[in-house]
Design a binder for this molecule. Structure first.
Ligand code: UN1
Length: 492
């Protein structure tokens, strides 16, 4: 299977000479080939988007929304097919893949609803016979750069608010997961979304991503990926005075207090630490546990981990799939070695799995360290794999301090039945998302998604907040007094 760019409503061969192949991380099978695009391909896509956007911006927003309803309907109709492709390409287990596709469907319907709102303000003017209001105006052509770990959901968080608000987009999906983008292009085509509103260019960050950021006609860049790349995107975007929305790393913690329901906490930890093989920005990577319940929690965790089943995510009985590629596997393993060197105690796991049914894929054993020092590298740096570190504390204050000690601020969680502790925690945890009596994953699409500190730069994906990324506020004053009225002066 050969994937080609989707530009101006047609399938176009990329101009680059190089190909990249897509492999199933569960078994190493080649799934597709993609020709890598060049700066010139980006230019063609931006041009197509620019022309289409002028007309698209004039389509009433409720009509733009009708396309999203149709896209949502088609995604629902193809949900099982999309989920299967997603599992093959990215590796997450099929149940989670279905959940991710559902997240995209939810986003389509939710943003379609926004087409009948896109709420602005009307406020009284300080002058007589003058009317004042603000409206959301589309920005133009927007550039979307998305990661491989949520190849559908994150793309919908960005592209659907962009189009309902009257923009056209150029989307560069991750090189590891172009097939999901291709599937979405087929849906855009079937929904008869006007040509050029949605454009997809396959290629590398250094060539295609950079060309998007540097193109004068791309006014917004919405990026999800690593902190290192995000910083580069912001630096380059800053030179061109672009609006850059970044969603980056995490080092999320579950706090388990001494009064917590420990069985529930174990379920929450396992789901958020090892779901998606730990490859979520929101994954639980630290467990901050009160010393009074530490050893019971450890025993319960070890016991519950016996039920985890690792393998090809297409097998319905499997609960943990492979990690994306060899590079990821090496990185995860290097952190396990770092943990050992730092003196953390390995409770369970800690190995690459490469024998028998694992020999052709990229699998890592779910791993738990305990007695981890809060300021060690294991406890501070993002691993993006199925490795979790237990850190002991003696009080809620200390737990909050440890939670807030990392450079990231995406998600946090507390298990406690004490309402006073819970309310204090939700106020003082410095992350963009806080869960009470649930793990660190599972954000719903109608709330803002994003984080503080090294996780983001003040913007949010999904929720109404996403519309702030893809619109400019326009304030409109209409004077119907028939005379010149000067604000701040003729007010008596
Ligand atoms: C991500 O980790 O990059 O909240 C996105 C969650 C999912 C989205 C995660 N709904 O875990």
């Amino acid at each position: 299977m050969q994937l080609t760019n989707f530009i101006g409503g047609s399938w176009q061969q990329a101009g680059g000479a190089n190909y990249t192949a897509v492999y199933n991380p569960a078994n190493g099978q080649e799934l597709a080939q993609v020709r890598l695009s060049t700066k010139e391909d980006v230019g063609l896509a931006v041009q197509a988007a620019k022309e289409a956007q002028k007309r698209w911006a004039l389509v009433p927003a409720p009509k733009r929304a009708d396309y999203l309803y149709e896209i949502g309907r088609l995604m629902k109709e193809k949900k099982e097919h999309l989920s299967q492709v997603l599992t093959k390409e990215m590796g997450k287990v099929i149940e989670e893949a279905r959940g991710e596709v559902q997240e995209g469907i939810d986003m389509a319907l939710y943003m379609a609803g926004e087409g009948r709102r896109l709420v602005g303000e009307t406020v009284p003017s300080e002058l007589q016979d003058k009317f004042a209001m603000s409206v959301r105006a589309p920005i133009g052509v927007v550039g979307l750069i998305t990661p491989w770990n949520f190849p559908v959901a994150i793309a919908t968080w960005k592209s659907f608010p962009a189009i309902v608000a009257g923009n056209a987009f150029v989307w560069k999906p991750a090189t590891e997961t172009p097939m999901m983008a291709y599937e979405m292009a087929l849906i855009f085509e079937e929904a008869e979304l006007p040509a050029g509103v949605a454009n997809i260019v396959f290629g590398t960050g250094s060539e295609v991503g950079t060309a998007m950021i540097e193109h004068p006609d791309v006014r917004v860049i919405s990026f999800t990926g690593s902190t290192e790349t995000g910083r580069h995107v912001a630096e380059t975007g800053g030179r061109y005075l672009k609006k850059v929305s970044l969603e980056m790393g995490g080092k999320n913690a579950v706090i388990v207090m001494d009064d917590a329901d420990l069985d529930l906490a174990v379920e929450g930890i396992l789901w958020s630490a090892f779901g998606t093989a730990g490859q979520r920005c929101t994954a639980c990577s630290r467990v901050i546990v009160h010393k009074a319940v530490k050893s019971v929690l450890e025993q319960k965790l070890i016991a519950a981990m016996k039920d985890l089943s690792i393998g090809d995510g297409l097998d319905e009985s499997v609960t943990i799939g492979p990690v994306i590629n060899q590079k990821a596997l090496d990185k995860i393993d290097s952190y396990v070695q770092i943990g050992k060197e730092e003196g953390a105690k390995l409770l369970i796991g800690g190995n690459i799995l490469n024998e028998g049914k694992f020999s052709t894929g990229h699998y890592y054993e779910p791993t738990v360290f305990t007695d981890v020092k809060w300021d060690s590298r294991l406890a501070q740096e993002e691993i993006f794999g199925p490795v979790v570190s237990l850190i002991e504390v003696s009080s809620l204050d200390e737990a909050i301090e440890v939670n807030n000690s990392v450079q990231f601020g995406l998600s946090s969680s507390i298990f406690s039945r004490d309402v006073n502790q819970v309310f204090k925690a939700q106020r003082d945890l410095d992350t963009g998302i806080v869960y009470v009596n649930a793990g660190t994953t599972g954000a719903e699409i109608h709330l803002p998604f994003g984080g503080t500190k090294g996780t983001g730069n003040g913007h949010r994906d999904s929720g109404v907040a996403a519309l702030d990324v893809f619109t400019e506020w326009k304030s409109i004053y209409i004077d119907f007094s028939g005379k010149l009225q000067r604000a701040q002066i003729d007010t008596d």
